[in-house]
Design a protein around this ligand. Structure first.
Ligand code: ADP
Ligand code: MG
Length: 392
């Protein structure tokens, strides 16, 4: 789960990390009162779940209160397109109005999981302010990455060593920040805690100017306070709907809607669609212990996506029985039909495994326009063909 910069900075502050003064604004009244209670010059920052806001015009400097108010009102409601948002961009619904800081130097520091080494890593660089991926591509030698031994944790010597490599003067300040980040990472089950940039001010102070904190979704049940920080506006509405029914759904750009059980089969399905020249519209794993209801919900989510030109249902009946899936599909289409006239999206179904015979019979007798295939390759080929025909 992602959160906004202002929420990440509030959390970091609770863990002893110094941040600059800032106030959240969601409308023009908020803007006026925020500007009044801060001192110029100001930095106005769009709060969207994306990095690279600076380059996209989402971080602006204002020298006077009047300028701050007019820039803020302009930015609120604007669509911001960054490297991470995709071409559709994100509408700015919240602003963080902050005080400007006189920067001497910018650093990058983060604590994140290193899946390759199955451990937590502390990553730092003297090239702060720019995205770490860019630094990794241009000057990989400037990146310091040190594994953290979970049994030892982050000790002073560990952070002192990094501070010395970065030539940081306020070593004790850096140690406090590093320890705070690590405590936050562990206590709140984060998958990443990133400060970029951590700045040294002209007065020699270390301050977190921008922060990104992400959490392990599977651990959210242990942190109701964190779960509350979720901003539903920042999530694809289809993904939000899927979450309600415990469906693993990720929206993608293609035109073949996929409904699959099991993450491995879901990935194989996406691969085979690509192999035949098509593009999946989503990743959707309905899971092992699927009920007819969750299948129906999954189907409705696919049907509500205008990009979807064909639906590929690829089910291996292991724990789940194919007849349950077939009934779920038929019910979903029938209820959708009654509410929205016609379902004209072709549906290709491959049901194999437990009760596949019964499942296929239910589909055949439903009177619906469903193309049934036994081989995954045949089904994928049919889907790609149908998705391309619909484009012509
Ligand atoms: P993003 O990473 O989304 O582009 P940042 O908050 O990191 O947004 O801002 C980009 C750059 O803007 C920073 O690297 C820093 O140079 C500058 N900046 C951000 N906030 C301030 C501030 N309060 N005072 C001075 N400069 C700032
Ligand atoms: Mg940044």
């Amino acid at each position: 789960m992602k959160i906004h910069e202002y929420q990440a900075k509030t959390l970091l502050k609770e863990y002893g990390v110094p941040i600059n003064k800032g106030i959240l604004a969601e409308n023009s009244d908020d803007i006026s009162s925020a500007v009044k209670s801060l001192s110029p010059p100001y930095v106005i920052k769009a709060q969207i779940h994306s990095g690279g806001r600076g380059k996209a015009g989402g971080v602006k400097i204002a020298n006077t209160p009047g300028e701050a108010i007019s820039i803020s009102n302009d930015l609120l409601g604007k669509t911001l397109i960054t490297k991470q948002t995709g071409p559709q961009g994100r509408i700015v619904k919240k602003l963080l109005i902050t005080e400007c800081v006189d920067i001497n130097k910018e650093y990058y520091i983060s604590i994140a999981l290193d899946p390759g080494k199955s451990c937590i890593a502390f990553v730092a660089s003297g090239a702060g302010g720019i995205e770490i991926e860019e630094t990794a591509a241009k000057s990989p030698d400037s990146i310091i990455s040190k594994n953290i031994d979970i049994k030892i944790g982050v000790r002073d010597y560990f952070l002192r060593n990094i501070a010395s490599k970065l030539e940081i003067k306020d070593v004790s300040g850096f140690i406090r920040i590093g320890r705070g980040m690590y405590d936050l990472f562990l206590q709140k089950d984060c998958s990443m805690v990133e400060i970029n940039p951590l700045v040294e001010t002209t007065d020699g102070e270390l301050i977190a100017l921008d922060a990104k904190v992400t959490f392990d979704d599977n651990a959210l049940f242990r942190h109701p306070d964190v779960a509350e920080l979720c901003d539903i506006n920042e999530i694809d509405p289809k993904e939000a709907e899927a979450q309600k029914y415990s469906l693993n759904y990720v929206a993608l750009d293609g035109s073949v809607g996929c409904m699959v059980n099991g993450a491995g089969l879901a990935m194989a399905t996406m691969d085979i669609i690509n192999a035949f020249g098509g593009k999946p519209a989503n990743f959707l794993d309905v899971g092992g212990n699927t009920t007819g209801d969750s299948v129906a919900e999954a189907f409705k989510i696919l049907l509500s996506d205008s990009k979807v030109k064909v639906i590929f249902v690829n089910i291996f009946g292991g724990i789940v029985k194919c007849d349950i899936i077939a009934n779920g599909i038929v019910n979903a289409i029938k209820s959708y039909k009654s509410s929205c006239e016609m379902v004209d999206v072709p549906i290709v179904v491959r049901l194999v495994g437990n009760n596949s015979k019964e499942g296929n019979e239910i589909l055949n007798e439903s009177g619906l326009n469903i193309i049934s295939k036994t081989l995954m390759a045949d089904a994928a080929k049919a889907c790609v063909l149908l998705s391309q025909e619909s484009l012509e």
